[in-house]
Design a protein around this ligand. Sequence first.
Ligand SMILES: *[C@@H]1O[C@H](CO)[C@@H](O)[C@H](O)[C@H]1NC(C)=O
Ligand SMILES: *[C@@H]1O[C@H](CO)[C@@H](O)[C@H](O)[C@H]1NC(C)=O
Length: 347
Amino acid sequence: MDGLRCLQGTLALVSLLLLPLATTLPIFANAVPFNLTTIPFDEGYNPLFGDGNLVRSPDGKGVRLLLDRFTGSGFISSSLYNHGFFSAKIKLPSDYTAGICVAFYTSNADVFEKNHDELDIEFLGNTEGKPWRFQTNMYGNGSTNRGREERYRLWFDPTQDFHRYSILWTPNNIIFYVDEVPIREVIRKEAMGGDYPSKPMSLYATIWDASSWATNGGKAGVNYKYAPFVAEFKDLVLEGCPADPIQQLPVAEACAEKLSYLTSQDYSVISRVRRAAMRRFRQRYMYYSYCYDSLRYPVPQPECDILATEKARFKDTGRLKFGGSHKKQPKRRSRNRGATTDNQADV
Ligand SMILES: *[C@@H]1O[C@H](CO)[C@@H](O)[C@H](O)[C@H]1NC(C)=O
Ligand SMILES: *[C@@H]1O[C@H](CO)[C@@H](O)[C@H](O)[C@H]1NC(C)=O
């Protein structure tokens, strides 16, 4: 019927008109901030490297990490934690930031060289006028040949204001947050075996020269004409059970109380509203997922929740069919002062 076609046409027109508006709406309206206890920098953390480039804020609540032509810098939590909520407000360097990686991650690679665990948020700098992007990733028990990268854009400019970035790790799930929006949840599956992080980890934050990897597959390196590059961290949160990683069993018992505290917190429950926000975020801002990269993983990893509507948007390289102007980049990231990734998504 013509009437139907006309109606469809009108609907298409309406949705076309609404689209630009819709994409500028906040991902998560009426967000109630998490009720968090922040700690002063010196109470929970120590410099890791590039000490001269780590500058404490006058109020002691934060630090600036600098990268200049001589060194990057970083800090590490004073303890390892058996599960936890790791969170900071972060403001990224602006202007020309190609080749720079700012990493906020948990790891125990210093203790377990061969079978470490790791949870990553890694911000990737860009050439002038192009936005920062970031990726999340995880390894368990040394599963470095099975990267689980997802890559995303942000719905705001991370160089203009502080935003909160968080990693929740419990025995049953892992949630990555940007502000109050859960952007990725990994639910533990039996079949993951040791790939699910299970040993106490430290929190790390670093800024480093990732010229060989971070931007356009290494084609745009760090330009030190714009140095120093400054990443700011404040309002730090470390909720978890400080644990000796070698003594695993008694730790589990000693940590039971802390774990029940963790899992009773607001951030441990993804409400219906937050789940809808997560779906919106992933529809609009995720441009690579290892779950849809069937060239790399012909059989998706066990925790992958393959959504037909989501899958339809991705090629078998795990990249977006439309709107993903990210060319194939063969280079791999070298080992460096950042997270200990070996086997990098080809994105
Ligand atoms: C926030 O957390 C503190 C400490 O855990 C608690 O005493 C307080 O009641 C909480 N506030 C709200 C609004 O839940
Ligand atoms: C973790 O790796 C170690 C050493 O490779 C191995 O002995 C152990 O069984 C693994 N644990 C799990 C849970 O897979």
